[in-house]
Design a protein around this ligand. Structure first.
Ligand code: ATP
Ligand code: MG
Length: 535
């Protein structure tokens, strides 16, 4: 039997939404219902047959269809048919009572509107986090819960899982991604249309009116709204957590969402906004949760999935990537494909920043202000944790203590640096990225100054390379040191160390002719490179 003639696609879609079936799963389900074989579906969708079976398996799970073999599809067909019959009866009854079948139908809203939410068919661990967040959203009636954390740490997955688990406690569940940075008008209109709106007769002149309408609904109904990727609306380059000029309206919305209503707004973001920082508190209805890396017991699963060997290296790899699921997924795929699954061979390369991870960090690094980049540079040169006093002492940035604190706080809010008892430092992959930025930048400046006589030495003058030698090497350090990398790259150009030394000496003399305030640490740095070559 083919069901496509029995159950219309819009009804199937509504039922799928109700049962948390994702768009990808629905696509496979629709084809299976049309009687297409697994192999045919796999070919059409460019998937492996296993992937198709997996998606169908998820659909069965969500409809609670048990058993084995083809009998499952038949059971599902009959369940879908009965759901369809019930919905027809409901519509007929509504039509008989109101006499306005069409408009009633067009206004009937799905209780669960998943928007572009990804399906999280595989979700490891985080039971304690989920319990805490459930308590905040359901028992404590929190109005805003912000899930914060670095790229790929699992905020989106956690938000979907949370909404799936607590959805039943709410009248309406809406999940929206803000990745494409919708205007505040568009988001508010979308939310108002997706919720029962008793104020249709009220005119809407501006965003304040829209916010009133939304709040009215959040007061009357218990709604769960997930807004994913709030950072898309935040400005880069200023300090962290401020909305871009054109998205300032979101700040006001956040302020108002913290007011009294019976709904819960879950937000995910790389950075905490200042509105949330201002309104939050452990016992207040606005709270934020720092999403950390996965517990090693669960993080291991990503490495096992790719059958990586050297189990004794699992722990090291997980620690290096701070249990970040996305980084672990990317790196285990690389190890599997390029190193035959051997972790030690991958680590022996001393380059743990594979391209995709570099792209993730680049996105974050490019948002930094000049002061934040400079602080990052010092932390990268030294390697060991630095206190703010150390940074202040060495940096040639003329900034006040307040500005320095602000920049350090901003770097923490952006998840770029970590703080421990000894001071501020980076997670290892960020360290490697910033070191590469510095060594590439400084090498370029030196090369151009030698070759083109164009003395532009912004990085060379800003940092003191020798500082690295003055610190004790306690830090777990995989990435090559900046000086070695500069010498190695320049060595490839000039081949002979004595030629390179000669070039550097000439450059040093040229730099020393300039006024001291223009050259910062540049001459000392060049001399340091010459000394390294002589060793
Ligand atoms: N607990 C988990 N179990 C299994 N997979 C997970 C888990 N958490 C995250 N993942 C997977 O890791 C990847 C990254 O997760 P996710 O997209 O949720 O990160 P994010 O913090 O939202 O990243 P971004 O800041 O880029 O939006 C996804 O493929 C996701 O499915
Ligand atoms: Mg996300």
């Amino acid at each position: 039997m083919s069901l496509s003639t029995v159950i219309p696609q819009d009804c199937l879609k509504a039922v799928a939404t109700e049962y948390f079936v994702s768009d990808n799963e629905l696509e496979v389900l629709s084809m299976a219902l049309r009687g297409e074989p697994i192999l045919g579906i796999a070919k059409k969708l460019d998937l492996s047959p296993e992937a198709v079976r997996k998606r169908l398996g998820e659909v069965y799970k969500k409809f609670r269809i048990t058993g084995a073999g083809p009998g499952k599809l038949a059971k599902l067909m009959s369940l879908l048919d009965s759901l369809h019959q019930k919905s027809l009866k409901r519509d007929n009854l509504a039509g008989a009572e109101s006499g306005v079948v069409y408009s009633e139908r067009s206004r009937s809203l799905p209780r669960l509107d998943w928007g572009e939410a990804p399906s999280v068919s595989v979700f490891y661990g985080r039971t304690e986090e989920l319990d805490l967040l459930k308590r905040w959203c359901v028992d404590d009636f929190c109005r805003i819960v912000a899930l914060l954390g670095m790229t790929g740490i699992g905020k989106t997955a956690l938000s979907v899982k949370l909404a799936e688990e607590i959805g039943e406690q709410f009248d309406y569940v809406i999940w929206r991604s803000l990745r494409r940075a919708p205007s505040i008008e568009n988001l508010l209109d979308d939310l108002i249309q997706s919720l029962p709106d008793d104020r249709t007769s009220y005119p809407t002149y501006n965003n304040d009116d829209r916010i009133e309408r939304l709040l009215d609904c959040l007061k009357k109904h218990r709604c769960l709204i997930v807004l994913d990727n709030l950072e898309s609306l935040l400005s880069g380059e200023k300090i962290a957590g401020q909305f871009e000029e054109k998205h300032q309206g979101y700040g006001k919305l956040l302020d108002r969402l913290g007011e009294r209503h019976q709904s819960c707004i879950v937000i995910t973001s790389l950075e905490k906004t200042k509105e949330i920082a201002f309104a939050e508190g452990e016992t207040l209805p606005v709270r934020s949760y720092q999403v950390k890396g996965l517990d090693p017991v669960y993080a291991e699963k990503f490495l096992q999935e790719k059958q990586l060997v050297d189990r004794q290296q699992y722990e090291y790899l997980i620690r290096h990537y701070r249990g970040n699921p996305l980084a672990l997924k990317i790196v285990s795929t690389t190890i599997k494909e390029l190193f035959g699954g051997k972790i030690s061979e991958f680590l022996a390369q001393k380059v743990t920043l594979v391209q995709d991870i570099r792209d993730l960090i680049k996105q974050q690094y490019e948002r930094l202000s000049e002061a934040e980049k400079e602080i990052a540079g010092w932390l990268a040169i030294v390697g060991n944790p630095l206190s703010w006093q150390d940074i202040k002492l060495n940096s040639l940035l003329f900034i006040s203590d307040d500005e320095l604190f602000e920049a350090l706080e901003s770097l923490q809010r952006r998840q770029m640096i970590e703080r421990n008892a000894a001071g501020f430092t980076f997670p290892p992959v960020v360290m490697e990225y910033v070191r590469n930025q510095l060594s590439d930048g400084i090498t370029r400046e030196i090369y151009q100054a030698i070759k083109l006589s164009k003395i532009q030495i912004n990085m060379l003058k800003a940092y003191y390379l020798e500082l690295k030698d003055e610190t004790d090497d306690t830090v777990e350090d995989l990435s090559p040191n900046i000086t070695d990398k500069i010498i190695e790259t320049l060595g490839k150009v000039y081949r002979d160390d004595s030629v390179l030394k000669e070039k550097l000496s000439q450059l040093c003399s040229k730099i020393e002719e300039k006024p001291i305030e223009e050259i910062g640490y540049a001459a000392e740095n060049i001399q340091y490179l010459i000394d390294q070559l002589s060793d």
